[in-house]
Design a protein around this ligand. Structure first.
Ligand code: ADP
Length: 316
């Protein structure tokens, strides 16, 4: 069963800008799916249309086989959405925001209160339940958005940059939370700048660029397309110039004790270390310059406005 089926989705904004140029996308029930792309690719527009926040220009969207046009109420009941911008009343208490949302979906008050307690506890917001939402930290507001999206128990949860602007610890716990609800049966579609986590967590992926889908496959088969990986090597001794390495590409000296080397798939790291040792260059440590998905992503989108933030690993 398909959780989401998008056919020839098009969006032209009033300004004349064509944000989506006919997108087709299928997401299976139970999937953990990443929608990736550089800034301005059309991800938020796409999610906004699915969530009913943006009007489409053309095309069709079905959620668990219910059209968002002809079957709007049923389609909407199956969907929970977490937009990028906080869009709750900041003067309203936290618990009321969620209880009221449940009301919009026709959840009876007693069940709404029970579910609100469940999700507030699960997302670590129970102690703040009587606070006005404007008093919450950024990370808490984001968790509140997620609790609100889940209160009517949607089968499909769509999140636009759920971990943007939250600290590393919270980011990790949020991914873990999403993994758990996915294991319990909720289909998840998200956009993210954090390609390292996307690589680890998402089973399937679509890459959107300039309003078109340029890649749609399993994460594993996407990563298998990677023809080379770039490594940063930390050297024992200082180097004046980058070494000449016949079998490797783009050998560059980063500073006096580190170099970057692109290793093609038909060569191993052992080959590289051996070749360096032949030149009396000793490698002390090494790491991937960027994670594999990021490397592929940059190549596919020609490095345009790179969407990755995995380089903030450096500051961990
Ligand atoms: P992404 O989420 O991938 O960064 P968006 O969907 O936000 O991309 O934007 C896609 C394109 O549509 C961009 O060129 C953006 O400037 C434009 N766009 C987004 N929202 C609007 C709007 N309300 N009016 C006009 N253009 C918009």
């Amino acid at each position: 069963m398909l959780a989401l089926e998008i056919t020839q989705l098009q969006k032209t904004y009033a300004s004349g800008l064509i944000a989506l140029k006919g997108i087709d996308l299928e997401v299976q029930q139970g999937d953990f799916f990443a929608l990736l792309g550089p800034n301005g690719a059309g991800k938020s527009t796409c999610i906004g249309i699915i969530s009913g926040l943006v009007n489409k220009s053309d095309g069709e969207i079905r959620i668990f086989n219910h059209s968002i046009d002809s079957d709007f109420l049923i389609a909407r009941s199956k969907l929970g959405s977490v937009p990028q911008e906080f869009n709750f009343n900041t003067f309203e208490p936290v618990d009321e925001i969620i209880i009221n949302q449940a009301g919009y979906y026709g959840v009876p008050a007693r069940i709404a209160r029970r579910e609100t307690e469940h999700y507030l506890k699960l997302l670590g917001l129970w102690d703040q339940r009587h606070s006005q939402s404007r008093q919450l930290s950024g990370g808490m507001k984001r968790r509140l958005m997620i609790a609100r999206a889940l209160v009517h128990k949607p089968r499909l949860l769509i999140l636009d940059e759920p971990t943007a602007g939250v600290d590393i610890e919270l980011r990790r716990s949020m991914w873990k939370f999403l993994e758990q609800i996915n294991e319990q049966g909720t289909t998840i579609i998200l956009t993210t700048h954090y390609l390292e986590e996307a690589e680890r967590m998402c089973r399937n992926v679509a890459i959107i660029d300039e309003g078109k889908i340029i890649q749609n496959s399993s994460m594993a088969s996407l990563l298998s397309q990677l023809k080379s990986e770039t490594f940063v090597l930390y050297l024992r001794d200082e180097l004046e110039v980058a070494p000449r390495l016949e079998s490797f590409y783009n050998v560059t000296r980063v500073n006096h004790r580190s170099i970057e080397v692109e290793v093609p798939e038909h060569h191993s790291i052992n080959d590289l270390i051996r070749e360096l040792e032949g030149q009396k260059i000793v490698v002390e440590r090494m790491r991937n310059k960027v994670n594999r998905l990021e490397e592929l992503f940059i190549k596919m989108t020609s490095g345009r406005a790179t969407s990755s933030k995995s380089s903030d690993r450096e500051s961990l």
